[in-house]
Design a protein around this ligand. Structure first.
Ligand code: AMP
Length: 256
């Protein structure tokens, strides 16, 4: 199954992605996580995007597209994936269409988590204040001013994807303001009963013979060797599923 979770920051994409990972054995491909790992490892990509991310802007399409193109080639993504935070612009969506077409695969659904922006802003501001009061670490873009900027970026550059995917007949809209369990149930209901094949035969036949050599994981090859815990979990599906299951069990929620 190949899914996209679409929604503004704080809509609950990360929380739902973790649950879908545990339930369907998919890998979560979060461009935000990959970019943060690159910033942390101070790779050339990381150095380019650090300021943009701190300001709440969107990173250049070419950078993000090539990160995703490399990542979906990894063996663990062959069974299926959830794109969380990608695409965020129409050119990114078009690039994704080309990537999928080249591999002979299709999206099963684009789940839009629809939220009320004012209520969302309040919800996130409260969460940031609570985390600060508890002395918990915040992301550098976790502050109300940057959050507002991220919402503007969503409205201007990402929201047009709703119409883009509606036209492709893959859009499923879910009320993201409902309780986490209700959002989860609505997503499950919206998913196709029969997801498309992992890789159609025609595409498999066209694939080069395996050399026996494992490809370098993307987080280590492109984004830098000192990959973060999050990035390493992206490379280890089994561990990622366990950790996702543990997190959902503990009722932990993802961050905005
Ligand atoms: P997220 O964790 O998805 O909220 O992403 C955090 C930040 O990473 C965003 O505010 C952007 O600066 C950057 N980012 C993540 N995904 C993308 C993307 N697909 N296109 C451009 N910038 C992105």
């Amino acid at each position: 199954m190949r899914l996209i979770l679409l929604g503004p920051p704080g809509a609950g994409k990360g929380t739902q992605a973790l649950r879908l990972v545990a339930k369907y054995g998919l890998v979560q491909l979060s461009t935000g996580d990959m970019l943060r790992a690159a910033v942390k490892a101070a790779t050339p990509v990381g150095r380019k995007v650090k300021d943009i991310m701190e300001r709440g802007g969107l990173c250049p399409d070419d950078i993000v597209v090539s990160i995703v193109a490399e990542r979906i080639e990894q063996p663990d993504a062959r069974k299926g994936f959830i794109l969380d935070g990608f695409p965020r612009t129409v050119p990114q969506a078009q690039a994704l269409d080309r990537m999928l077409k080249k591999r002979g695969i299709k999206l099963d659904a684009v789940i839009e988590l629809r939220v009320d922006e004012d209520a969302l802003l309040k919800r996130i501001e409260n969460r940031i204040a609570e985390m600060t009061a508890r002395g918990e670490p915040l992301r550098s873009d976790d502050n109300p001013a940057v959050l507002r900027q991220r919402l503007v970026a969503y409205r201007q550059q990402t929201a047009p994807l709703v119409a883009y995917y509606r036209k492709q007949n893959v859009l499923r809209t879910v009320n993201g303001m409902a309780a986490i369990a209700d959002v989860a149930a609505a997503i499950d209901k919206a998913l196709p009963a029969e997801p498309s094949a992992a890789r159609p035969k025609s595409a498999r036949n066209g694939v080069k013979k395996a050399t026996g050599k494992a490809r370098k994981p993307q987080a280590a090859s492109r984004l830098g060797k000192k990959s973060s815990k999050r990035a390493s979990s992206l490379r280890k599906p089994a561990a990622a599923h366990k950790s996702a299951a543990r997190k959902s069990k503990n009722g932990e929620t993802a961050r905005p």
